[in-house]
Design a protein around this ligand. Structure first.
Ligand code: SAH
Length: 251
């Protein structure tokens, strides 16, 4: 199995593929002013197995296009939607989020939790803007520095992994520079990482290693994740995902 297939296999049973929480999604939905509005058209970019997609579908009068490059994740989402009788509100699309077939100005909201980094925050915000109606909402979570200063080892780590990491002020400035008017920002609390993402992921490690006969590649992937978790636990005061809610503005 190649590295990508292993990664998919490790994550496909998870409720979420990154830090988050249903209550956090609902908070962002409230800040976005979407509750009570009728017949919304929404896209959830990099939806994974659909943690946020399901909250959007339960909470809103909306048609939701769930976009992800991994078809296995979308199948899990379809099962979940079917079980809760929400299948009519959700359509899945195995697409790359930087090559989308939507019409310009066709969406009331673009949602994306823990995924825009795959195409870069500024690139994504700029590309997606065209698909939003004039007053459409962008709601994304993105890796964010929680403090102005931090240990050098931490800066080095993230600069290597994702140099676009910045403070909330920096991220909001990027949104303002690209035709968005900020509505809200809040950082994700650490339980979104530990209780909701890392602990359930760790619980999968043994079965995953068994499934792959303890192959070297499977062990390497588990080690990488263990290191990532230890790193997070050590430096949780300094970074998290920030949720950014903004409205398209200007021409
Ligand atoms: N939003 C989900 C998943 C976050 S993990 C959650 O919060 O649980 C990031 C997701 O982005 C993964 O499901 C991955 O398959 C997807 N992804 C990565 N690159 C992508 C791309 N270029 N286009 C669409 N989806 C992508």
């Amino acid at each position: 199995m190649d590295d990508l297939s292993l990664m998919v296999d490790l994550h496909a049973d998870g409720d979420r593929q990154g830090p988050g929480d249903d209550a956090v999604t609902r908070r962002a939905i409230a800040l976005a002013g979407l509750p009570g509005r009728k017949k919304l058209a929404i896209a959830d970019m990099g939806c994974g197995t659909g943690a946020s997609t399901m909250v959007l579908a339960r909470t809103l009068d909306a048609q939701i296009a769930a976009i992800d490059v991994v078809p296995e994740f979308l199948e899990t989402l379809e099962d979940k939607a079917h079980r809760e009788d929400l299948g009519e509100k959700i359509t899945t699309h195995p697409l790359a989020m930087d090559a989308l077939p939507f019409d310009d100005q066709s969406l009331d909201a673009i949602w994306s939790e823990g995924a825009i980094y795959n195409i870069g925050f500024e690139n994504g915000a700029r590309y997606w803007r065209r698909f939003l109606k004039a007053d459409g909402i962008l709601a994304v979570s993105e890796i964010t520095w929680l403090t102005r200063t931090r240990p050098d080892a931490l800066t080095d780590y993230w600069e290597r992994l994702y140099p676009e990491i910045d403070t909330a002020a920096g991220k909001i400035a990027v949104l303002e520079a690209n035709g968005y008017s900020p509505i809200g920002y809040f950082p994700l609390p650490s339980y979104c990482w530990l209780a909701n993402y890392y602990r359930p992921l760790e619980a999968q490690f043994d079965a995953f290693l068994d499934r792959h006969d303890n192959s070297e590649a499977a062990q390497a992937l588990v080690s990488e994740h263990r290191e990532e978790i230890a790193f997070y636990e050590r430096y949780a005061d300094y970074f998290s995902y920030g949720f950014y809610i903004a409205r398209r503005c200007g021409d």
